[in-house]
Design a protein around this ligand. Structure first.
Ligand SMILES: *Cc1c(COP(=O)(O)O)cnc(C)c1O
Length: 428
């Protein structure tokens, strides 16, 4: 018989917390010191001079990013959120337009449409990859649709071939939110480079980071230049630069500092090794969890390499008779993290429910184009709701600061809890 569950008074599998993810080392420290010694923490100028494109570290990072991910243009910014906003701007999206987006993502993926006066239309996700699919997107296309924001959620690329074919057929642009999957691949190509514009995040939760930061990439020279304009006070630069197309050339300051760029450059060098560790941890964990009752470990599509941002497990409470909340409680009692679901489906946020975004009067939801047709009601994305409210268990089980012994202890905790379902079912 298995040992008694910690939740019911037994010994926990782990008595020490899992190590935190930390990828910073002497390389980053030396790079930061070099920037300090240079005396230049940022060299951007919001005017049409060579410094419009930023200082040496910023430009070095961009060239290194282009080479690593095999993409023509990389544009660094102060966050992936800024990259997403600039991407929507660069695609000339504006009021009256609809942007199809996943509801199961960090909120900025959808807010990017709103800041340009467009509205997000939420398409449902695939129950195995949690990403949008060509099929769910198709159902949301209207004459007002202009773009699709596809998220490689949890680090696995969405199935881009049919999505891009659909987009081309309807004349739609596609933004790939690859904040979570640097280094993942699809049909041999890097995720982030699969759409018209792709976005990476360098915030400190992500696989590689510079504290804050983001990179937008594109193979289209004009889109890349619009991203650079929006990043750096476009309206102040347009005349001297000779810009004649003024659409969405309201600029921001989305610029990355030299310190962040120097750190990001060192982190990029570490990405392949960090990802290899994540992949091997994921394989190790899946080998132990496969076949346990009531759960489905993450599925990796045959044509993709997962970026393994997090390890998302599907749980079937109907099969086990133990509610997800109780299972999560039992896992936590064993000393390992587990969370019910990821983020609430975005359309359930107050902003969408109350339709208050920009100003007091409901802009952009209140435009005549949307009268009666916009729908943010509970139920519009049933798979997403099922995953979030019933099935998904989300945890950071595979990061590269964990040892194999740590991963084994995570597996041990799951094996123990799922081996004690009878006791758990009876526990109050
Ligand atoms: C982290 C994240 C973002 C935002 O990244 P920031 O760099 O923090 O702005 C956007 N989309 C997804 C899917 C993310 O995980």
């Amino acid at each position: 018989m298995t040992e008694q569950l910690a939740l019911l008074g037994g010994q926990p599998v782990r008595t020490t917390p899992l190590p935190a993810y930390n990828t910073l080392g002497p390389e980053e420290r030396a790079a930061v010191n070099a920037v300090m010694d240079s005396g230049v923490l940022s060299q951007f100028l919001g005017a049409w001079t060579p410094d419009f494109y930023g200082g040496p570290r910023v430009q070095q990072l961009e060239r290194a990013w282009e080479a690593h991910f095999d993409v023509a243009h990389a544009v660094s910014m102060n966050s992936a959120t800024s990259c997403l906003y600039a991407a929507v701007g660069a695609l000339d999206i504006g009021p009256g337009d609809e942007v199809i987006v996943s509801p199961y993502t960090m909120s900025a993926s959808a807010a990017a449409a709103l800041v340009y006066g467009a509205v997000p239309v939420f398409a449902d996700i695939d129950p195995d990859t949690f990403c949008l699919t060509a099929e769910t997107i198709t159902r949301c296309i209207t004459p007002r649709t202009r773009a699709i924001i596809v998220v490689d959620i949890f680090g696995q690329p969405a199935d881009f071939a049919p999505i891009m074919a659909l987009a081309r057929q309807h004349g739609l642009k596609v933004i790939e939110d690859n904040a979570q999957g640097p280094g993942a691949r699809y049909h041999g190509r890097y995720s982030g480079t699969l759409a018209d514009i792709g976005v990476f995040s360098l915030n400190y939760h992500k696989t590689i980071h510079s504290g804050e930061g983001g990179i937008a990439v594109s193979n289209d020279a004009r889109l890349a230049e619009k991203l650079r304009l929006i990043r750096n006070h476009a309206e102040a630069v347009a005349e001297a630069k000779g810009e004649t197309d003024l659409v969405n050339l309201v600029g921001y300051n989305y610029r990355m500092t030299e310190i962040e760029a120097a750190i990001a450059g060192e982190q990029l060098k570490k990405l392949p090794a960090l990802l290899a560790t994540r992949q091997s941890h994921a394989a190790r964990l899946t080998a132990r969890l496969a076949g346990l009752p009531g759960i489905t470990p993450p599925k990796v599509r045959a044509d993709a390499e997962h970026g393994w941002y997090v390890y998302a497990i599907k749980y079937d409470a109907k099969a086990t008779g133990v509610p997800r909340a109780k299972l999560v409680q039992a896992l936590r009692a064993e000393g390992i993290p587990a969370a019910e679901g990821y983020v609430k489906p975005l359309y359930l946020q107050p902003m969408y429910q109350q339709r208050i975004a920009i100003g007091r009067d409901g802009f952009p939801f209140n435009l005549p184009a949307y009268a009666g047709s916009l729908n943010y009601a509970r139920g519009i994305c049933p798979t997403c709701e099922q995953m979030h409210f019933e099935s998904l268990i989300y945890a950071d089980y595979i990061h590269a600061s964990l040892s194999e012994a740590d991963v084994d202890s995570i597996a041990d905790a799951w094996v123990k809890v799922l081996g004690n379902l009878d006791a758990l079912r009876e526990a109050r």
